[in-house]
Design a protein around this ligand. Structure first.
Ligand code: SAM
Length: 251
């Protein structure tokens, strides 16, 4: 899969190919990233990418033209038959606190599109944001990674890349992805490892029993209990859940 990031801080993206799951997937050739700095598409000596907002107000706004030139260069490069393979034109996502919240379902759709050859161009804002005319003209989708404001779109774009890469076939063992939070509309059950007793706290005995059916049932029950407590919004059909649920204290 090919990602292109439009960013004033390209070095921030280097960590993705240096650590953990995304590093291994990168080494296996499952994804590639190119960065494009809007400053390289300016024409003045100061390489200006921002200006004051029309109508007044604090801070600066990223100008449309350097961003547009950067996206067009990334798109042309991705569609160049001599470049990295990509069949459909890349989808342009702008990271924005005002975008639609990113969900597990959307991440899986984007990974699915990627396996059919579609790349992603990720536009990272800074300062007070981006001239709306650029968004209207060149962006397919605005995406938020949560109801809070970051200083820039880079960490949001890197979060999106991480989440999509782990869904690419071959990035992780299939069961690791399947059993994760949101996979079945619920949060993951609590996890434990050695030692069996830590600072007076024991591992639930059922997890030491070797009885796979009971362990599976315990995990289902605790996944449901945690989801109810922390994210009741994820549970759409409560009646069905009630029928399924075995109380956690059974462990
Ligand atoms: N004035 C903007 C607002 O109130 O929505 C915030 C701008 S923020 C300081 C600068 C950039 O960070 C944004 O253009 C966007 O690219 C990125 N950003 C901030 N919060 C984000 C979030 N929750 N999700 C995705 N990107 C975010």
């Amino acid at each position: 899969m090919r990602f292109d990031a439009i960013t004033l801080f390209p070095q921030m993206f280097e960590t993705l190919s240096q650590f953990g799951v995304t590093r291994r997937a990168h080494e296996r050739g499952l994804w590639q990233l190119r960065t494009w700095n809007p400053r390289d598409f300016t024409l003045d000596v100061h390489r200006t990418v921002d200006d004051r907002p029309f109508g007044g107000g604090p801070g600066m706004v990223l100008m449309a033209e350097p961003l547009a030139c950067a996206v067009e260069a990334a798109r042309a490069d991705a569609c160049d038959p001599g470049a990295l393979p990509s069949v459909a034109p890349p989808w342009v996502i702008c990271l924005s606190a005002a975008g639609r919240p990113l969900t597990d379902a959307r991440v899986k759709q984007l990974a699915g599109e990627a396996t059919r050859g579609r790349g992603l161009i990720l536009v990272c804002g800074r300062y007070e944001g981006i001239d709306q005319r650029f968004i209207d003209a060149l962006v397919d989708e605005e995406v938020s990674i949560g109801d809070f404001v970051l200083s820039g779109g880079e960490i949001a774009a890197m979060s999106l890349i991480d989440a999509v890469v782990r869904q690419l076939p071959g990035a992780l063992k299939e069961e690791s992805v399947r059993d994760e939070s949101f996979g079945n509309g619920r949060l993951d059950a609590p996890q434990f490892t050695r030692p069996e007793s830590w600072r007076g706290r024991s591992v639930p005995p059922v997890l030491l029993s070797g009885d796979h059916a009971r362990i599976e049932q315990w995990r289902r029950d605790h996944s449901l209990e945690r989801t109810r407590r922390v994210r009741p919004d994820l549970l759409q059909d409560d009646a069905q859940d009630n029928a399924e649920m075995h109380l956690p204290h059974e462990a």
